[in-house]
Design a protein around this ligand. Structure first.
Ligand SMILES: [Zn+2]
Ligand SMILES: [Zn+2]
Length: 532
């Protein structure tokens, strides 16, 4: 008797669950736990909270049920509102959409299409292009698989009518050093200029002058196998998956910025959603990127000066995007990543992701709480307006966080490194420009190493000659050019020689410059260090 009842109950729950699953797809537990507790009518029979007529098709949060049409309107409005609020994309701007093939960036692409097809006063007024960075070479895809993936994406891109660029990550090896130098921003445009630009745009082209179809690279540029191998070596030279992730992100961003510059785009749209950014925020903190948080996760990121990265999807949760893509047939393409087939403890990035997503299941406001925190950080550390490239990290191009306060984690690490490594005092002369350990300098055993020109040339990257401590100076040489976090990444690499030429050449240039500055420092009236 009891038993039968129980069976019946289980069966009911099963049917109930199926209904819920049908209507809300991958709905996380919290919603139907709610329903079960209250044992009331399933939310599938609820009305839409917006129009209060149609029955609900989507449950975003407990209590927020939308019908199909209202959900679409809500979703589209959110995109335009995000762009309208920030006023960074000007009418007529050429905007490059970075599409990875994932659901978030594909959804972004569909929002741009949607926005351009709206009627006059709601219409988006910029000129989009698409870029896809093919990372197949470093995530273990065969040449055939890469060709297939690219073909799949090209079909999606071609259907939009926007110009698109398929760029193999291998092209990062051919980048110029200027990529890692902050370019002067082309005329700061005040907020008041926005309205003028709108009027100007409306006057000049009343129709739609979109779809410049002139560049349409229909086939994947041929990638020399040697380049793929070099790139693989570079990634593998990082000993931890955490560092590999970080390197890949850096290289990808350099290539995106370079593509934007060469193709004449001034803004790059990234598809980071709110869930992704919450994970990124916590990851960044764990990786020692506290000083760069605002730029790493904010709506706009102007570290490159002339090219501004924007994140218009930052208000959408991964769940909302999944619903939208499902309901409105937005195609995305599965692309393997460095994480594919790894355990959740394989890297800091991966661990943070599983932490946030698991917490989110039981505490649905996890992501939004973290995300709101990121918004508050914006004003705390704005971008400094220094033009001097030597103040910028060689890899992430953020303002160096290493020369500042004594209480930073960089200083703490430096101190502990000194304490543990006093036998390897491989300091370069240029290190003295920074608030470096006084004790260590004096404790250099002058004859312990094959005196490389009295330490004069140690600053040069190429002069890591077969010294007795060949690895040590090589690594520390880049140290003064990197932010704390990138320094940690490089420390995880077996050799910096695996880095692409454009980075090494720029490193040499900066080393030469700072050496020269040091040499003439006593003749300068206003020393950079004394000044501020
Ligand atoms: Zn409705
Ligand atoms: Zn950095």
């Amino acid at each position: 008797m009891q038993c039968n009842d129980h069976h019946l109950f289980t069966k009911t729950i099963f049917v109930y669950e199926q209904q819920i699953t049908y209507f809300t797809m991958c709905q996380v537990d919290e919603d139907y736990h709610d329903g079960l507790d209250r044992a009331e009518v399933p939310s599938v029979f609820k009305k839409c909270v917006k129009c209060k007529e149609a029955s609900a098709a989507v449950v975003i949060r407990a209590g927020d049920t939308f019908c199909r049409d209202c959900f679409k309107e809500y979703f589209i409005h959110k995109f335009r509102a995000m762009l309208g609020k920030n006023r960074i994309i000007f009418p007529g701007d050429k905007v490059l959409l970075a599409v990875s093939g994932g659901s978030s960036s594909c959804s972004m692409l569909s929002q741009v299409q949607e926005g351009l097809s709206q009627n006059a006063h709601k219409k988006l007024r910029f000129l989009p292009g698409i870029v896809y960075i093919d990372e197949g070479g470093v995530v273990g895809q065969s040449v055939d698989e890469r060709v297939r993936t690219v073909a799949e994406l090209q079909a999606v891109f071609r259907a939009t009518g926007f110009p698109f660029y398929v760029v193999p990550l291998e092209q990062v090896l051919d980048l110029p050093s200027s990529v890692v130098v902050m370019a002067p921003s082309s005329s700061e445009q005040p907020a008041s200029a926005y309205k003028e630009a709108v009027d100007q745009f409306l006057k000049s082209n009343s129709g739609s002058c979109l779809n410049p179809k002139d560049q349409d690279p229909t086939s994947l540029p041929v990638v020399p196998e040697a380049h793929t191998q070099f790139l693989q070596q570079l990634i593998v030279s990082a000993k931890t998956l955490t560092a590999r992730h970080d390197l890949l992100n850096t290289l990808r961003q350099h290539l995106l910025v370079h593509t934007a510059r060469t193709e004449g785009y001034r803004k790059v749209m990234l598809g980071d959603n709110c869930t992704r950014l919450a994970i990124k925020l916590l990851t960044s903190i764990s990786l020692g990127r506290g000083a760069q948080l605002a730029q790493d996760t904010g709506f706009s990121d102007s570290r490159y000066g002339d090219i501004i990265l924007v994140r218009p999807m930052r208000d959408y949760s991964a769940k909302e995007i999944a619903y939208y893509n499902h309901l409105f047939n937005v195609v995305s393409v599965f692309i393997p990543s460095l994480d594919t087939k790894t355990t959740e403890k394989a890297s800091i990035q991966r661990l943070t992701e599983s932490f946030v997503t698991k917490l989110q299941v039981d505490f649905p406001s996890t992501v939004s709480t973290i995300y709101r925190t990121s918004e508050k950080l914006q004003t705390a550390c704005g971008s400094s307006s220094t033009d001097d490239s030597s103040d910028r990290c060689l890899l992430c191009v953020c303002t160096l966080d290493t020369s500042g306060e004594n209480s930073s984690s960089f200083q703490a690490t430096l101190t502990s490194e000194q304490l543990s490594q006093t036998k390897y005092p491989a300091r370069t002369k240029t290190d003295r420009l920074h608030p470096a350990p006084v004790e260590l300098e004096s404790s250099v055993p002058s004859g312990s190493c094959c005196s490389s020109g009295g330490g004069e040339d140690c600053g040069e990257v190429e002069s890591g000659e077969g010294c007795c401590s060949s690895k040590e100076p090589e690594k520390t040489n880049l140290k003064t050019l990197l932010c704390y976090s990138c320094h940690l990444t490089i420390k995880d690499m077996s050799s910096v020689e695996h880095l692409p030429q454009y980075i090494l050449l720029e490193a040499q240039r900066r080393k030469r410059r700072s050496k020269m500055r040091e040499e003439i420092s006593e003749f300068l009236l206003d020393d950079g260090e004394g000044g501020n």
